[in-house]
Design a protein around this ligand. Structure first.
Ligand code: TXA
Ligand code: MG
Length: 328
């Protein structure tokens, strides 16, 4: 049983040159490498290789048609993967890369269909994490990486969580310590002057709008726009229930009277810390044998918007195969 953590344990030593070389060799051989980013751990494969990306989908248990993000070492590589890059994309990548922003742009012919789920666009980002950047520089090409969890489950924010999720199915796990942002990147689709948000995330929309000098369009989220925006996602084994702050005590008492083991997630005054620890707390609730997590939503500004979005999805209707007889 894990001890409660505040996410502030020291960063482990950076992977050695030998470990990095092993990771690069694995990628070149079409195998999988889990690596830290500032948002969540990614499960990486050579983005230019259809078969490597096919293997990635199989391990993740992800249905086809779900595009993955291609991670780059620097914005200089943008044009290898995207064509007709509009001005707002240049402005946003200059301002926020490396960082928790993914841009969706028309793809070049280098991008295999497996990466894009057959779409004409590709999602690209430069992560702000030293181990990730060292790997990407050493590999020298794009790394396709979804979050390093099985499909539909909570994203891992530590190397241990990756090992628990994927076990021997991952060839190399690079440890970069706990992720500093803790929720996935913000995804925007860019076309001409249009900037459409497909997923709220680690980069607050207010920061995007400040840099662009205008409001951005909140896209219709849902499987057709950005698969992964399914109703139920980011879910632990235990049930997650959203509750108003005023109803928390009564609801907790009711569930406990019923014999349920309850964990509680309430917003603090530090949204960045809440984001950093969100997935870890959901994983810990499972490890503690909780039946229900009662979650109070934060105010939906800044990182609060991403936290609220993930909690709603964690509370969303589940695949019936994942429920036990009691509905929990
Ligand atoms: O922070 C992150 O973005 C993490 C780290 C590892 O970088 N990655 C991540 O990947 O969250 P994943 O695969 O779990 O989520 C990627 C999301 C999916 O919702 C997918 O639909 C969307 O990105 N996406 C990727 N390419 C897209 C495209 N061409 N069009 C629309 N959505 C796209
Ligand atoms: Mg994911």
């Amino acid at each position: 049983m894990p001890s409660p953590t505040d996410g502030s344990e020291p960063t482990p030593p950076a992977p050695s040159a030998t470990e990095l070389a092993r990771a690069v060799d694995a990628l070149r051989a079409g195998r999988l490498v889990a690596f830290p980013t500032e948002t969540v751990y990614g499960l990486g494969a050579d983005a230019a290789s259809s078969s490597a990306v096919g293997h990635l989908y199989a391990v993740k248990g992800r249905p086809g048609g779900h595009p993955v993000i291609v991670h780059l070492a620097s914005a200089d590589q943008l044009e290898d993967w995207a064509r007709s890059v509009p001005e707002p994309a240049r402005i946003l990548t200059a301002a926020f890369w490396p960082g928790p922003l993914t841009v969706v742009l028309p793809r070049t012919s280098r991008v295999p269909d497996e990466v894009t789920g057959g779409r004409d666009t590709v999602g690209l980002r430069v992560p702000d994490q030293p181990v990730a950047l060292a790997l990407l520089r050493a590999f020298g090409s794009g790394v396709a990486a979804p979050s390093a969890n099985r499909f539909g489950r909570v994203s891992p924010t530590t190397a241990d969580a990756v090992r628990e999720e994927l076990g021997d199915d991952v060839d190399v796990v690079l440890d970069g310590g706990p992720c500093t942002v803790g929720v996935e990147s913000t995804i925007v689709e860019l076309s001409g002057r249009d900037v459409t948000v497909l997923r709220v995330g680690g980069l607050p929309l207010e920061h995007l709008e400040d840099v662009l000098g205008r409001p951005v369009r909140r896209g219709q989220s849902g499987p057709s726009r950005a698969p992964g925006m399914l109703e139920s996602h980011y879910a632990p084994d235990c049930r997650v229930e959203i509750v108003g702050a005023d109803d928390l005590t009564a609801r907790r008492a009711e569930l406990e009277a019923d014999g349920r083991r309850v964990e509680v997630l309430v917003p603090s005054r530090d949204a960045a810390a809440d984001a950093r620890l969100l997935y870890r707390r959901l994983r810990e609730a499972d490890a503690l044998g909780a039946d229900v997590v009662l979650a109070v939503l934060p105010v939906e500004e800044g990182l609060g918007a991403a936290i609220a979005d993930r909690l709603r999805r964690a509370a969303g209707p589940r695949d019936p195969r994942r429920r036990d007889a009691t509905g929990y």
